[in-house]
Design a protein around this ligand. Structure first.
Ligand SMILES: [Zn+2]
Length: 519
């Protein structure tokens, strides 16, 4: 049995310190439930002494009925020259009624003297008293040694003596924090090895990514003997990032041979990463290691051709292990292999399709400003259209868009479209809050009478990119549209010197795809 590394998630506390994240109470509760289902050993829910939302979170947390994870409330050691029993912060921490309390204290004399304005000896007493008091109240106490590595560089003996104070107080784990994120892996490894050799208590690691080494520093500490790793989902955290658990967990388990979660749960990692991004209202980063949409995407024709022969030729592991999937990306760099791979993915029959023709079309259209990497639905339609028996479900013949601004009435946008379905011609008008919105509404209105199945189709995202107009020619506009219907999502592309025309092409593909594909 491999050595188990305790996973301590602080997405709900340190993660929310990221600029741009604000989780509602409901979001926090939902994320806690997902972290528990994934197999986190500890979930740090917040800092009850700092805000009412966190107090309320801990009040409602018991209703989650966490199955595996132990919930931790976070707060600092007592203030100087008081008793823990009289310290409001510590009382708020105990009031959270969690099984685990995580106390943060100072290890760096600079902070002790200049920030806390107290003595080195009083700081040690603050740490030991606070830990011992929370233990007496029946809590499992984890001690976070803030700025440990900076303190260790300045005065290793004093920094280690702060950890010993926590261990004497009864901390179950003493966590070395690289709070400012500026340490390097070999520094972390050396200091952690020394602490682990000297301290009776188990050691943990908490790093930030300010020097781009958050993950590497966590791995180095585990190698040196740490048994607990703290971090956040997707690395969300203050300034640059916290150490990213979505990278650390597979690294520890798949590359270093430690045990973190069961293989079934590890296969839920990509879903967990996306889920947290969704609730945090952040776009999921396609380029995250292991869990990003591009983590196993292959674009170069040579790569794809090799991958079709042997999956291990161009990827470091089987993406299914972390719940991700391999993709080939279709672009002007593609070879036949990329398209064959797509044909298989779309469950089409390659015999009846003209693959060289589509490859040629892609190259020509990309030269005009299209890009098919993010528009798989448009690629699938191009392939389907080469089938001799393919009949497009509708044909868009004309459109016009009128935009007016009138004094006292603001702006008015109206679109008119003409669409042919078999022998019938539909002619509709719709208003919208912008030209694309009006065009979309008119097109939808025209088609919905004949194709009621389009009623659930929604525009989910609309991206416009202006490609530079060199040599004083008009710039090309590229429009990427993401549509959804229930859980189904697809993306289409259009490009033209005219933004309305580019949108029109992407919209037409979106509707056609909704009718002919993937049903
Ligand atoms: Zn932190």
């Amino acid at each position: 049995m491999n050595r188990h590394i305790q996973l301590y998630d602080t997405t709900l506390r340190d993660g929310t310190q990221r600029e741009g994240i604000s989780l509602s109470l409901d979001d926090k509760l939902k994320i806690a439930a997902r972290l528990d289902a994934f197999g986190m050993d500890y979930i740090e829910g917040g800092w009850p002494g700092s805000n009412p939302k966190d107090v309320e979170f801990f009040r409602r947390a018991p209703s989650l009925g966490l199955g595996h994870a132990r919930l931790a409330a976070f707060g600092s050691t007592r203030r100087k020259n008081t008793r823990p029993a009289d310290d409001a912060n510590i009382q708020a921490l105990l009031g959270a009624e969690t099984p685990v309390v995580t106390l943060v204290g100072k290890s760096w004399e600079l902070h002790v003297v200049d920030v806390l304005e107290t003595t080195a000896a009083e700081n040690l007493a603050m740490i030991e008293d606070s830990v011992a008091y929370c233990r007496e109240q029946g809590k499992e106490v984890i001690y976070d040694a803030e700025h440990f590595f900076d303190g260790y560089k300045a005065n290793p003996e004093y920094a280690i003596s702060t950890l010993e104070a926590a261990a004497r107080g009864g901390a179950v784990c003493v966590v070395l924090c690289d709070t400012n994120g500026g340490s390097l892996p070999w520094e972390v490894e050396e200091a952690t090895a020394r602490v682990a050799g000297r301290l009776g208590a188990p050691v943990g690691i908490h790093t930030h990514d300010d020097a781009g080494c958050g993950v590497a520093n966590s791995l180095a500490a585990i190698r040196a003997g740490a048994v607990q790793v703290q971090g956040t989902i997707n690395g969300y955290g203050e300034r640059v990032a916290n150490a990213n658990l979505c990278t650390i967990i597979p690294d520890l388990q798949l590359k270093m041979g430690y045990d973190c979660v069961s293989p079934e749960r590890l296969a839920g990692l990509t879903d967990l990463s996306r889920y947290v991004a969704e609730l945090a209202n952040l776009t999921h980063d396609d380029h995250l290691p292991y869990v990003g949409a591009s983590a196993f995407a292959h674009k170069g024709g040579i790569h794809v051709a090799a991958m079709l022969k042997h999956a291990a030729s161009y990827q470091h592991l089987d993406p299914a292990i972390v719940g991700n999937q391999q993709r080939s990306v279709v672009s002007e760099l593609s070879g036949r292999g990329n398209l064959i791979d797509k044909v298989n993915q779309f469950h089409l029959n390659p015999e009846s399709l003209d693959i060289p023709k589509v490859l040629e079309q892609i190259k020509q259209l990309e030269a005009q400003g299209f890009t098919f990497e993010g528009a798989e639905a448009s690629v699938e339609l191009m392939l389907r259209r080469t089938h001799p028996a393919y009949v497009p479900p509708f044909e868009m013949t004309d459109y016009s868009v009128m935009v007016q601004r009138r004094r006292g009435r603001g702006s008015i946008v109206e679109a008119t479209v003409k669409v042919r379905v078999g022998p019938k011609i539909m002619h509709t008008v719709a208003e919208g809050n912008g030209p694309v919105n009006a065009l979309d509404a008119a097109l939808r209105q025209a088609l919905i009478g004949v194709f009621p199945q389009l009623s659930g189709v929604r525009l989910a995202d609309y991206k416009v990119r202006i490609l530079d107009g060199e040599n004083n020619t008009a710039a090309t506009t590229r429009v990427l549209i993401e549509s959804r219907q229930g859980a189904r999502r697809w993306s289409t592309v259009g490009a033209s010197p005219n933004i309305i025309d580019a949108s029109w092409r992407a919209l037409a593909d979106s509707m056609e795809y909704a009718l002919v594909a993937g049903n």
